[in-house]
Each structure stands twice: as C-alpha cells, then as structure tokens.
Design a protein around this ligand. Structure first.
Ligand code: SAH
Length: 412
C-alpha cells in the first residue's frame, strides 16, 4: 500500500552567508556542497577524506574543510546540517546532535528520521521549482521535470504569469546580450535560454541559433538585423537604436547573437550604447564558434605535444589590405594553432602570407562550415594545396578555418 505523504512545510531557505555543516566527503557531499555554494552558503566540510573536487574547493577557500572525523560540537553555529557519510552510525550521530541543538538536518543514507528532506529542484525563468516525492528521489526528480515543462508551457501561453510579463513600464526595460552558440539550439546556455523565455523583444542575427525562435512564447516581437556579407545589412548604429528604444518603452529585450557576444560580435558597442542611454544591460556569454566549430569537427585546438595554444583572428581584411592590423609574419611563426573567422574570401591570401613568412607547406588546414547545423561540412587540405590550387571549391560562409597540426584530427 502506498504510504500517505507526510505533511511538510516546504520553505525556500535563504542561506547567503549562513553557516552550513556538511559531514562526509564523497560524491553525495559534493552534490550538496555544489547546491549550497550556489545558494551562497558558508560551508564547512567535516571529513577525514574528500573527493578531489571538494579538496580543490577547500584549496581555493570556497569552503572550510576540517580534515578529520566528525566530533561532537562540530555543528556549533550552524543553521543547517547535512549528514552525508557512508557510515550509518556517524550519520545517526550527526542527526542526533543536530536535533539536540535544534539545527535542521538532512540525512543522505536514511531520510526517515531526518528533520529536513531535500527536494528535487529546478528553475524556469523566475520560478524555482522544488518537488518532494514522499521520500522517493526518483519520483521527485521525474515529477520535477514534468513540473518544469508545465511551467515553461504556461509561461509561453500566458504572459501575465511571469513577473516580467507585466505591461511594459517605461523606465523598467532592459537589454540582455545572449551568446547563442554556433547554431545548434542545444548549445545555447541554460541562462541564455531562460533570458529568451523572459523576452518581449528578440533582436537576432542570421548566425544566431534560429531554431530557438520557434519555442518562444506567442507575442514576442522578433527583429532580424542580420548582416549578410554583401547582402542585406542593418548598420550597427541602427541596431543600437533598436535596443535602446525598445528598452525605453519598458520592454525586456534580448539581443541574440551567434557564438559569444564579445568575440567579433560588436557586443561591446551595444553595451556602450545602452550604458550611454542609461538602459540596464547584461551580457550572457556564449559558446564561441572559434572553439565550437573545431570541436564539432573533432579538432582539439590544443593537444599535448602538438599545440600549446591557439590564436583567434578575423580574416575579413586580407593581409595586404591596409585595414588589416595583424602581424601575419608573427602569426606564421607563433607556433600556435591559428583559428580564422570571417576568412572565406581571403583564405588564399592569408595562406600565401603564412607560407611567405615560413609556415611549412604541409601544415594541415581544416575548414569547418555551418558548424552545429545539419548542413555542417568539413574540408581538410594543406597550406601548399591552397597555394597551388586556391581555396577549396566547397568553401562557403560561415566557416571557421583551423591552421596547424591539430587540424589533421578533423573527422570529415
Ligand atoms: N560572435 C561569433 C562570431 C561572429 S563573426 C562567435 O563567437 O562565434 C562571424 C563568423 O563566425 C563567421 O564568418 C564564421 O567565421 C564564424 N561562425 C559563426 N558561426 C559559425 C558556424 N555555425 N559555423 C562556422 N563558422 C561560424
């Protein structure tokens, strides 16, 4: 017979700066410590041994670690205790001491006698969701996922549910620059995803992960300011004006960009424009294509014994173009993996400059096109082949070109 759920008072503990004692140093303790640090708690760990990640947190003074077995008195001053050792007798002792001291205590191995239970938790926009499954963590986690999905659907369908979804109030608008990653919507960060769920207005580029637009709630204004090379183009000044004017109307504006907003993304110009207009602005970093495109093609930018670093440059101005301020001789000799963005039209000229400066002709070159999209394609060639026959005929924009020994790892 299923047990009747025990009556509980679910609370949201505000632990910032408050002392919490975690007894035990294994993976369970690690999970708890991670959650406690996110809540800004002051954590003391009590355990003779700890997994490496906990030891590292202690080394970096993120937590205090008493490197010894639990002793009576260790809960002194704590607001909350967590008994997470692998030893039931120790956990029982910690719980008894906590009860004696009137400190709420979770017990990992056997929650039946504990004074507090850990819910399964998650977040969606402004909502924190916590689910108790009558002490069955699997039920709780499954129901938590259902609850998050339901909240997300409800927020999309009924804008009035979110605190941010009130009618626009002049003076309360803001702008969030979201790095969208290389194009696969699953490579958008959780934080970026949440910012999008809150948006009244989304201002996008063509290289932003367009598939996420489909999931936005009804009624969101979408403004496309793509700058297509040699094609349609919205001047940066106009983009800045769109961001500022929409925010001044009291709207929540997300500027969704490809990759990371600050890697050849002109993000700082938008931040400055907002600052000058007195509009609050926040930046959420993204997975830059400079790193993601190689990784998605199986190329490590650094590899022990082969490459001790990488240099990311724009190829929009060819080496012989007076607008290029890069020292291509130094780049050729630098010994790092070279990552070229915006270098489709100029690739042959860039390769010529590198070879002239002494980079070996057999150096592998990988061009990764449409990284993270269903149309992703990789071409592997060499500097010498490009010098003799020009850029690969398949090469098209957008592409990230990797030049260096590691490019040979490319999986076609
Ligand atoms: N802020 C972006 C870069 C903007 S510049 C970032 O951090 O990724 C635009 C250039 O980025 C393109 O010309 C191309 O070189 C590269 N790029 C962006 N997305 C790409 C993708 N999905 N595949 C290949 N290259 C990409």
């Amino acid at each position: 017979m299923p047990q009747r759920p025990e009556p509980l008072l679910p609370l949201g503990l505000r632990l910032s700066g408050r002392h919490v004692v975690v007894v035990g140093g294994g993976p369970v303790a690690l999970r708890r410590v991670g959650a406690l640090l996110l809540a800004r708690a002051k954590v003391t760990l009590v355990s003779p041994a700890a997994v490496a990640a906990l030891e590292d947190l202690a080394d970096r003074d993120q937590i205090d670690w008493l490197r010894r077995p639990y002793e009576p008195g260790d809960l002194q001053g704590a607001w909350l205790a967590m008994a997470c050792t692998a030893d039931a007798a120790v956990n029982a002792e910690v719980l008894a001491a906590a009860d004696e001291a009137r400190v709420f205590c979770l017990r990992a191995d056997d929650a039946s006698g504990a004074s507090a239970w850990m819910p399964a938790t998650g977040r969606s926009g402004q909502a924190t969701i916590s689910v108790h499954g009558n002490r069955d963590p699997h039920t709780a986690a499954a129901l938590r996922d259902v609850a998050i999905a339901a909240v997300e659907t409800a927020l999309r369908q009924d804008p009035t549910l979110s605190a941010n979804r009130r009618a626009p109030v002049a003076g309360f608008g803001r702008v969030t620059l979201v790095g969208g990653g290389p194009g696969d919507p699953e490579l958008l960060t959780l934080k970026g995803f949440q910012a999008l769920a809150d948006a009244d207005v989304v201002v996008i580029d063509r290289l932003a992960p367009l598939a996420v637009l489909d999931g936005l709630r009804d009624g969101v204004e979408i403004i496309d300011v793509s700058k297509i090379p040699r094609g349609r183009f919205t001047p940066q000044k106009e983009i800045n004006e769109i961001l500022v004017s929409r925010a001044r109307e009291g709207r929540v504006v997300v500027r969704l960009k490809g990759g990371d907003p600050f890697v050849f993304g002109r993000g700082m110009e938008e931040v400055i424009a907002c600052n000058e207009a007195g509009v609050p602005v926040e930046v959420i970093p993204g997975v830059t294509s400079a790193a993601a495109a190689p990784a998605l093609a199986g190329i490590p930018l650094t590899h022990r014994g082969i490459s001790q670093g990488f240099t990311v440059v724009t190829g929009h101005a060819a080496p012989d173009d007076p607008r290029s301020t890069l020292d291509w001789d130094a780049l050729a000799r630098g010994g790092t993996t070279l990552v070229v963005l915006m270098g489709v039209d100029t690739l042959a000229s860039i390769v010529g400059a590198l070879v002239d400066a002494g980079r070996e002709g057999d150096t592998p070159v990988a061009c990764v096109m449409d990284a993270g999209l269903p149309s992703q394609e990789v071409v592997l060639t060499t500097l010498a082949a490009i010098v003799s026959s020009g850029a690969p005929p398949e090469l098209r924009s957008p592409a990230v070109t990797v030049i260096g020994a590691v490019a040979a790892f490319a999986a076609g």
